[in-house]
Design a protein around this ligand. Structure first.
Ligand code: ADP
Length: 384
C-alpha cells in the first residue's frame, strides 16, 4: 500500500526567520506543509512567506514553547539557538531536528573541533585559549588564527594574527587558537542525512577570494579540484555527518593547503550559502532536501546538471533604510541569471540582501557572468 497522509503533511516550525528560513519555508509549503516562524522582526524574510509568524526572541523560552506547541517538528535557520530550552521541549515530546545536543556541540567552535579531533578527522592543530593575550599567542606560535568559541566580538569571530604587531586585532573573549594556513583554498560539501541514516552529498563548491585583499569573490560549483581531492572532501564530509548522527542538511567547510591536504574547518547544521545554487543547478535544492530529511521523507537526488557561479548581494553604500535595487533589468537580460532577493525591509551596508546564481554549461562563462552581474546589480538604502 502506498503511504497516505492528510494535507498539510506536517506542521513545521522554524527558529529564526532570515533568508535560510525563507527558502526553507518556500520548500516546505511546496511540499504541502504548514509553516510557523519565530522571529523578533514582524514580517521577517521567512514570516512574509510563511503561513504564520510568532513575533518573539529566539532565546525566549516562552516563545519557543509557543512554537513547539503548534508544530510537529521544529528546525532552525541559525545555530545560535537556546539549546537548553530546545532540549527541555524535546524531553517533553517535541521533535527537534537537528538534535539540540548536537547543536550544543557545534555552536561552540572549541567543542566542535574537539569532536572532530576525537573522532580522528583531519582538523588544523589547535589549543583552547580561555584568556587570549600575548603569552598564550607566543606559546602557540605565530602566525595563528584566533577564533571566538561562540558568537564573536563586535561582529568579528575570527582574527588572523601574523605576529605580535597584530595584537590590536585580538578578540578579548574565550577562544581557540588554530594554525594559520597560507594560501588556503576553501571548499564546502553539502551533506544531507535522513532519519534512517541515508546520506547524500552534493558536488563540492569552491569559494574564490580576490587576490590582495582576500575578500570573497564568488562561489563556484563544481569546485575546480582534481578528482582525488573532490573524492577526499566528499568522503570526509559524508563520514563526519554520519559520525555526528546528524539529521538535516549540513555545510561541511574545508581548507585545502599548499600540499593538497584537506582539513575540516567547520560544520554548519543548516542550509549553507555554498548551496544556494542547488535551486537552479541540481535535481533537489538544499532547502527541500533539509525538509525531506527532518520530516523523515526519502531524500532526493543531489545530481548537478549544470555548473553554477554565485554572488551574494550585500547592502551597498553607507546608509540604512528601505532598499532600492539598481541594475535589475540589465542583470536579468544576461543568460542563465536568477536573482533572489530576501525581502529584508531595511538595507544596511554589508548586510546580505540577496544572491544571484548564474548557470552555464561552461563554468568559466558562469564565473565571468556572475562578476558582470555583481558589477551591475546593486542594492542599498534609498538616498534621502
Ligand atoms: P566563520 O565562517 O565562522 O566566520 P571561519 O572559520 O570560516 O569562520 O573563518 C573565516 C575566514 O577566516 C575563512 O573563510 C578564512 O578565509 C579565514 N581563516 C579561518 N581559519 C583559517 C586558518 N586556519 N588559516 C587561514 N585562514 C583562515
Amino acid at each position: 500500500m502506498p503511504h497516505r497522509r492528510p494535507v498539510p503533511i506536517a506542521r513545521v516550525g522554524f527558529v529564526g526567520g532570515g533568508q535560510l528560513a525563507r527558502m526553507m519555508v518556500k520548500a516546505a509549503r511546496r511540499l504541502g506543509c504548514w509553516t510557523l516562524v519565530l522571529d523578533p522582526t514582524p514580517r521577517s524574510p521567512a514570516g512574509q512567506v510563511s503561513d504564520e509568524q510568532i513575533v518573539g526572541a529566539f532565546h525566549d523560552p516562552d516563545a519557543l514553547r509557543q512554537l513547539a506547541e503548534r508544530v510537529d517538528v521544529v528546525t532552525l535557520d541559525l545555530e545560535d539557538v537556546d539549546t537548553a530550552s530546545l532540549r527541555q521541549l524535546q524531553a517533553e515530546g517535541t521533535t527537534v531536528r537537528p538534535d539540540p545536543a548536537l547543536l550544543a556541540v557545534l555552536q561552540d567552535k572549541l567543542t566542535q573541533k574537539q569532536r572532530f579531533a576525537d573522532a580522528g578527522f583531519p582538523t588544523l592543530p589547535f589549543v583552547a585559549c580561555p584568556e587570549p593575550g600575548p603569552e598564550a599567542f607566543e606559546a602557540f606560535g605565530y602566525p595563528l588564527v584566533q577564533k571566538a568559541r561562540r558568537g564573536g566580538y563586535d561582529g568579528r569571530g575570527v582574527a588572523i594574527l601574523r605576529g605580535p604587531e597584530s595584537l590590536d586585532r585580538m578578540l578579548p573573549v574565550p577562544s581557540l587558537l588554530e594554525r594559520f594556513v597560507a594560501d588556503a583554498r576553501e571548499v564546502s560539501v553539502l551533506v544531507a542525512r535522513g532519519v534512517d541514516g541515508d546520506v547524500r552529498s552534493y558536488p563540492p563548491t569552491e569559494m574564490t577570494f580576490r587576490a590582495g585583499d582576500n575578500v570573497l569573490d564568488l562561489l563556484v560549483s563544481p569546485a575546480r579540484l582534481p578528482e582525488r581531492l573532490t573524492d577526499r572532501c566528499t568522503e570526509l564530509a559524508r563520514a563526519v555527518v554520519d559520525e555526528l548522527d546528524g539529521v538535516g542538511i549540513f555545510g561541511v567547510e574545508f581548507f585545502i593547503d599548499r600540499d593538497d591536504k584537506a582539513w575540516i574547518n567547520e560544520i554548519a547544521p543548516r542550509p549553507h550559502n555554498s548551496g544556494h545554487h542547488t535551486f537552479e543547478a541540481c535535481a533537489t535544492d538544499q532547502f527541500e532536501q533539509h525538509l525531506r530529511a527532518v520530516l523523515g521523507l526519502p531524500l532526493g537526488s543531489t545530481e548537478q546538471f549544470v555548473p553554477a557561479a554565485l554572488v551574494n548581494l550585500l547592502g551597498a553604500g553607507t546608509g540604512r533604510g528601505a532598499p532600492v535595487v539598481e541594475g535589475l533589468h540589465e542583470a536579468l537580460a544576461m543568460p542563465g541569471v536568477s536573482v533572489h532577493l530576501y525581502g529584508k525591509r531595511e538595507a544596511r551596508p554589508g548586510r546580505k540582501m540577496g544572491h544571484v546564481t548564474v548557470v552555464d554549461r561552461d563554468r568559466d562563462v558562469a564565473m565571468d557572468r556572475a562578476r558582470a552581474v555583481r558589477a551591475t546589480l546593486k542594492i542599498g538604502a534609498e538616498e534621502s
